[in-house]
Design a protein around this ligand. Structure first.
Ligand code: ATP
Length: 304
């Protein structure tokens, strides 16, 4: 399976509700920074991980991919085993929904391997139980997310956009970033109105027109100040991207990955090189978006 990471082109966050969750209005774009997941028949449900930062990923029941397998088994009544191998291309705790991508891939993998035959809509419902970003990891492309980000409406987008990502070794906890956001709101920062995508009309038009300049100008993230407050070094990649002529730059989701929009594939490479030269990132990635959601890319014959 292959499942994409995402960047939030816009992320608007309302005031925290009585249930402890924040209503959001967001525009997701799936990007070509991907998780590869290989599912193999096994007696138990086990998991292994490779790739950069693999040592940061839990391999026990706390792993979202294993939770996805458990949930599918429970709901379909299929008591089968699976070994899941995750090759992590998406930064861990980076604000690009790598764990959610693994969960989406695991749902699809187990559905396929166990012959469960769930409809796409049923998989999307299970995905929403696993986490707010998991439905989008399944559907991919471009979508507006409301509720907790899990109620998706596809958005039309033309052409390809070119990104450079400044990745930090030390991730940020999503809960900590939201906590800091709450403090900023308590101190007087107005929380967003999140009753639709009205605030993002310019952004959605830019996508429809395939206009990278307009998209760059419309990028927005309500969590950016909170992420920068928790990790002040993020000011640097933001500044380097602006200096290097990025069409727009934004912290991705709850950070700390910084996403800079280039004019072209070549310009995205220039932006990535500028991050490296300035020492503003521990690692850099370039990617295009939008791309498809989680999908089966092949069946390996192990000869068993
Ligand atoms: P989001 O953008 O949805 O907030 P993220 O990309 O910031 O998520 P993830 O890498 O998905 O963050 O995961 C955050 C934490 O969840 C990790 O620090 C890790 O402890 C735990 N985790 C559980 N399952 C996974 C997984 N499959 N891959 C990575 N981290 C996982």
């Amino acid at each position: 399976m292959r499942a994409p990471g995402k960047v939030n082109l816009s992320l608007r966050v309302g005031a925290v509700g009585a249930d402890g969750y924040h209503p959001v209005s967001t525009v997701f774009q799936a990007v070509s920074v991907v998780e590869e997941v290989v599912a193999t028949h096994a007696d138990e449900r086990t998991l292994s991980v490779s790739g950069p930062q693999a040592e940061l990923v839990p391999t026990g029941p706390g792993n979202l991919a294993l939770r996805a397998a458990e949930l599918l088994a429970e709901r379909t009544g299929i008591d089968a085993g699976v070994h899941l191998h995750l090759h992590k291309g998406v930064p861990v705790a980076g604000g690009m929904a790598g764990g959610s991508a693994d969960a989406a891939a695991a749902l699809l993998a187990c559905d396929t391997l166990w012959g469960a035959g769930l409809a796409r809509e049923e998989l999307v419902e299970l995905a929403a139980e696993l986490g707010a970003d998991v439905p989008f990891s399944l559907t991919g492309h471009t979508a507006v997310g409301t509720g907790r980000g899990d109620l998706l409406t596809p958005a039309l987008s033309r052409g390809e956009f070119h990104w450079a990502f400044a990745v930090q070794d030390a991730g940020l906890s999503t809960a900590a970033v939201y906590g800091r956001y709450d403090e900023l709101v308590a101190a007087g920062r107005p929380a967003a109105q999140v009753d639709g995508a009205e605030a993002d009309v310019a952004l959605l038009q830019a996508l429809l027109a395939g206009d990278a300049h307009a998209l760059g100008a419309a990028l927005h993230n309500d969590l950016q100040d909170a992420a920068v407050a928790l990790d002040p070094r993020l000011a640097e990649p933001l500044e380097v991207a602006r200096r290097t002529g990025a069409l727009g730059v934004v912290v991705s989701g709850s950070g700390p990955t910084v996403a800079a929009l280039g004019r072209s594939r070549q310009h995205a490479l220039v932006l990535a090189a500028a991050f490296t030269a300035a020492g503003a990132a521990d690692r850099v990635l370039t990617a295009t978006g939008p791309v498809a959601g989680a999908r089966v890319v092949g069946v390996l014959d192990t000869g068993a």
